[in-house]
Design a protein around this ligand. Structure first.
Ligand SMILES: Cc1ncc(COP(=O)(O)O)c(CNc2cccc(C(=O)O)c2)c1O
Length: 288
């Protein structure tokens, strides 16, 4: 596998970063998780825009322009002869002293991996996921804005560990106020009486690119959609629920905390959303 690393393509075995890289030492960096479908990088511009916002938020100057990041991403897919892939684009603060000081890291490091990913077996797309609410709360935006897609995923990882301990593949994480923020690595949606509802971005979630696509799909399907403060009760009593993410794509949820959602099967609106998503991923984005 060829990895893009700081301007060059290197073999996987040679793709190494320094032990003094602040991305490793302190999680000081930002990243994007992007999908390639049939030679089309889905919503690449939106991902690169979010990367720019994440970098701005941590006062990190990206080493490439938007156009050059786009070109490097597409070239990484071509170098590996991929038409379908999961792309991980990472920008770290770079090498510096052992102290925290980001201003002592002269040069950010950029690497791009294009590989395969399959987060959930097909059966869960057909039958839906049973998920739980975990005790670890999503980080407070006043502590570290969850809208920054940073290399700090320990909060998410603790949630993921708790999900596994409770026998689930994914988990709802609440915010400080007890409202539903998102899952450990996906955004959350419910459908109630013909309306799609999702937690407002201010409730402590990443502004997911896939989440953004659902707003467009809802318009296309003529299904009303709004953001709201969502509680566990709202999901327990919903007619349908689903999660979205570049990893998970669109995956139905049929049980939360032991409460069956709707009929306990993936709902009709969820299935229409998934079908529309499958059509869009082949056309909305950048041809490599
Ligand atoms: C915390 C969080 N919230 C929402 C999403 C969905 O955002 P997008 O629709 O823009 O992808 C994510 C993305 N999460 C994500 C994406 C791809 C792989 C993995 C993995 O678990 O390795 C996780 C995420 O990490």
């Amino acid at each position: 596998m060829k990895i893009y690393l700081d301007g060059k393509f290197v073999d996987e075995a040679e793709a190494k970063i320094s032990v003094f890289d602040h991305g490793l030492l302190y999680g000081d960096g930002v990243f994007e998780g992007i999908r390639l479908y049939g030679g089309n990088v889905f919503r690449l511009e939106e991902h690169l825009e979010r990367l720019e916002y994440s970098a701005k938020a941590i006062l990190l100057k990206l080493p490439l322009s938007r156009a050059d990041l786009s070109a490097a991403t597409c070239e990484t897919c071509r170098q590996n002869g991929l038409k379908d892939a999961y792309i991980r684009l990472v920008v770290t603060r770079g090498v510096g002293d052992l102290g925290l000081a980001p201003w002592l890291c002269p040069k950010p490091s950029l690497f791009i991996i294009a590989s395969k990913i399959s987060l959930y077996p097909q059966e869960y797309y057909d039958n839906g996921l049973a998920i739980v609410t975990v005790p670890t709360r999503r980080i407070n935006p006043a502590a570290l804005p969850p809208t920054i897609k940073s290399l700090n995923y320990m909060n998410n990882i603790l949630g993921k560990i708790e999900a596994k301990q409770f026998g689930a593949l994914e988990a709802i994480m609440l915010n400080d106020q007890g409202y539903v923020a998102e899952c450990t690595a996906d955004n959350v949606f419910l459908v109630h009486k013909g309306e799609i509802i999702t937690p407002s971005a201010s409730q402590g979630a990443l502004k997911g690119i896939t989440r953004g696509t659902i707003f467009d799909i809802a318009k296309e399907l003529g299904v009303p959609m709004r953001e709201a403060n969502v509680t566990r009760y709202d999901i327990w009593c919903a007619d349908e629920s689903f999660l979205t993410g570049s990893g998970a794509e669109v995956i139905p949820v049929v049980k939360l905390d032991g409460r069956e959602i709707g009929t306990g099967k993936p709902g009709p609106i969820t299935q229409q959303v998934l079908a529309s998503f499958r059509r869009r991923v082949l056309v909305e984005g950048t041809r490599i």
